[in-house]
Design a protein around this ligand. Structure first.
Ligand SMILES: O=c1ccn([C@@H]2O[C@H](COP(=O)(O)O)[C@@H](O)[C@H]2O)c(=O)[nH]1
Length: 315
């Protein structure tokens, strides 16, 4: 499925002299958690969301088709290369164009990884275990069309249903971000429900993700207590992080990376992140911004300024 896209610009060289690409700075075979920690050390905690919303394609003067998607993606990738460590394509906005959209997704994911960015495919996959194995191979095997560094997954068929994805993550040195406390207010109906012992669903998921993260770190020959970050993380919204402390949800266990969408367009600011995540901020927190950055395009200077200013804001 991969091919060199017509019209897609080659990514530019890193903006800062002497900066290494993440892949060059980390030993081959390093776990996702180590690669992510290295990326955050070099570039900070901003993850740019590649969300080609229909309105953004229009605002950028692009067509509502695969050619528009390809040009949008190439411009975002060019602005991100050498400036941020992590790109999170939102799969839905590629999937809506069918096979041709997914072709562009495949191309951009491989180009981004070749340019030294880590790619988190935001596909929110989750199914019974045997089916989950298929999703995991599709999204975590680097040789596959959609091979990414990490995948967002849904634990709402039971955390145990994700086991094949945990095993695939171990096999491919990849990562998972498990939906814990999502950024949308509706999520709390399910995520803050309590069992007979008073433990929230999100609290149980966080505990199981932390245990899986520590087990993966151990299996890779590292001491989970000494590793900078584990490879199984949680999605905790920038808008909802404060609920973790309020509901005694432990975000520190397992050195889980915490993917925090909701900064910018959904209303959370840097102060909300610092207060909401408490001691987990900054070391564990990777902050996504999609529309907050992308609305500054297509002008490359405005786009790169938006990236640099969000990176500085997040400290
Ligand atoms: O809890 C969640 C999980 C994922 N998302 C995704 O992140 C981006 C946010 O986009 P913005 O434009 O910065 O609001 C988008 O792809 C969501 O699907 C989330 O928002 N919340």
């Amino acid at each position: 499925m991969r091919s060199v896209p017509a019209g897609a610009g080659e990514p530019s060289a890193p903006a800062v002299a002497g900066e290494q690409s993440v892949s060059a700075g980390v030993a081959a075979g390093a776990t996702f958690g180590s690669r992510l920690a290295a990326a955050m050390r070099v570039h900070g905690r901003l993850c740019v969301g590649l969300d080609p919303h229909p309105q953004l394609l229009t605002d950028w003067g692009l067509t509502q088709d695969a050619a528009g998607l390809r040009e949008f993606s190439a411009r975002v990738l060019e602005a991100c290369t050498g400036r941020v460590g992590v790109l999170k394509p939102q799969v839905a906005f590629f999937e809506r164009f069918g096979v041709s959209g997914m072709q562009v997704l495949s191309e951009v994911q491989h180009q981004a990884r070749a340019a030294g960015l880590l790619v988190i495919a935001d596909a929110k996959r989750g199914d019974i275990g045997s089916t989950m194995a298929g999703y995991a191979e599709a999204w975590l095997n680097p040789e596959a069309d959609f091979g990414a560094d990490a995948l967002t997954v849904s634990p709402y068929l039971g955390f145990g249903s994700l086991q094949p994805a945990v095993e695939a993550a171990a096999r491919h040195q990849a990562g998972l971000f498990v939906l814990g406390l999502t950024s949308n207010p509706e999520g709390q109906q399910v995520q803050l429900a309590r069992d007979a012992q008073g433990v929230t669903v999100a609290g149980q998921i966080a505990a199981e993700a932390a245990a899986a993260s520590a087990a993966l770190t151990r299996a890779a020959g590292e001491d989970p207590g000494a590793a900078e970050l584990g490879s199984i993380g949680l999605v905790v919204g920038a808008t909802t992080a404060r609920l973790a402390a309020e509901h005694r949800i432990d975000l520190r266990a397992g050195r889980m990376p915490l993917l925090a969408p909701g900064y910018g367009a959904q209303g959370a600011d840097a102060q909300a992140l610092r207060t909401g995540f408490g001691a987990s901020y900054p070391s564990q927190v990777l902050v996504n911004s999609s529309r907050g950055v992308l609305r500054h395009g297509p002008d490359p200077v405005s786009l790169t300024r938006a990236i640099e200013s969000a990176t500085a804001d997040l400290g």
